[in-house]
Design a protein around this ligand. Structure first.
Ligand SMILES: [Ca+2]
Length: 370
């Protein structure tokens, strides 16, 4: 035997485990737990590791990385009980000073609804009668569990409207349609889409309808601009956004299924009344609405860590122009044309163009007479 002179095999098992990353419910729908077992003592017989795992996970497979391993597993079938995976290591003898590494794959199903923290334990056992005192036979780890989501915001309706400011006494209106599309790719999710729409510049309303609404959204509040002197700001950048205008914040709660699409329409008439106070007679203003996503960060994490997909803006160009006086232009054009004609005629007379032409015409009819 390899158990020393006393002929008693005293093993010294140590177990540990970790997770590859975190629990990604809903993406891979698989999570891997890597288990490390060492025998730092003498030969160990019938050595095995018991892993307990929460309700909602199903045992899929075990993959050996080092040593031999064979597992059986029973999933939990109700919330308060645990699943148990039992893995035998290098059966029948887990030799002295050897180690084994294996990966257990559990899958999460879409319906599984964990608590935020999920607990796992691994316990090593053997058939040996004695174990050294410094054996590390049990370990418990808790893992945060979040649902991966992938939601994108896409804008529709970058458009252009035109206002003729010479006719602006009438307070013109032009229809505008700004649309945000929300696309949910990975899993069901509850979230809120926040939409900010400029509604007031200075004392004047931007939209003809003072009570601007977005279907499926509620009005949260009207936010004051951060830049009080909008006239100065708009001289530099003709962007009518929430820094210069009062913006209405809309909250749109959405319960989106996987692959759901949802559209949010800002569809109303822009009135021209606010333009005069800018002092600009000819400009292209950008009327900027924005949308962003809000979700429970304790429950969900964004699949793609890029923040860009969380935010989108729509610019509607509001072109302002002054009508030129058409009659004056026609008269001006006619006089100019006549002047040019006179100049050309004078020039041609000077070089004798008309004389030579005249001679040519006079000479022609004589030819057939001969
Ligand atoms: Ca011994």
């Amino acid at each position: 035997m390899e158990c020393g002179t006393d002929n008693i095999c005293i093993d010294n098992l140590k177990v540990d485990f970790n997770f590859s990353g975190y629990i990604e419910a809903g993406i891979m729908q698989d999570m891997n737990m890597t288990v490390f077992v060492e025998n730092r003592g003498e030969n160990s017989y019938g050595s095995h590791v018991k892993v307990t795992y929460p309700f909602g996970l199903s045992f899929r497979k075990v993959t050996s990385k080092q040593g031999r391993v064979g597992c059986v597993s029973v999933d939990s079938d109700q919330k308060m009980t645990l699943g148990i995976t039992t893995c035998y290591i290098n059966k029948p003898i887990f030799r002295a000073n050897s180690s084994a590494v294996f990966e257990i794959t559990y899958s999460t199903n879409n319906e599984s609804n964990f608590d935020r923290m999920v607990s796992f334990t691994a316990t090593a056992r053997s058939g040996n009668d004695e174990h050294t005192a410094d054996s590390e036979l049990s370990i418990n780890k808790t893992v945060g569990e979040k649902y991966a989501i992938y939601v994108t915001l896409i804008r529709y309706g970058n458009s252009r409207i035109r206002f003729n400011i010479t006719a602006m006494k009438n307070n013109l209106e032009k229809p505008v349609n700004q649309i945000f599309k929300v696309e949910n790719d990975l899993r069901d999710v509850n979230l809120t889409i926040l939409i900010r729409v400029p509604i007031k510049l200075g004392e004047k309303d931007i939209w003809a309808n003072k009570n601007l609404q977005i279907p499926d959204c509620s009005i949260d509040r009207d936010e004051k601009p951060t830049i009080p002197d909008f006239v100065e700001a708009l001289k530099k950048h003709q962007s009518v956004n929430c820094s210069v205008a009062v913006c209405r914040l809309f909250r749109c709660s959405a319960n989106l299924k996987r692959h759901d699409l949802k559209f949010y329409n800002i569809s109303a008439n822009v009135s021209s009344g606010w333009i005069e106070q800018t002092g600009l007679r000819s400009a292209v203003f950008e009327l900027v609405s924005t949308a962003s996503l809000e979700y429970d960060k304790n429950k969900y994490y964004y699949f793609d860590s890029l923040d860009t997909a969380h935010f989108e803006k729509i610019n509607t160009q509001v072109e302002v122009y002054e009508e030129r006086n058409l009659l004056l232009e026609i008269i001006g054009g006619a006089i100019g044309g006549l002047l040019l004609l006179a100049l050309i005629t004078t020039g041609l007379l000077k070089v004798g163009f008309f004389n030579s032409q005249y001679t040519l015409i006079l000479e022609k009819p004589e030819a057939p007479a001969e």
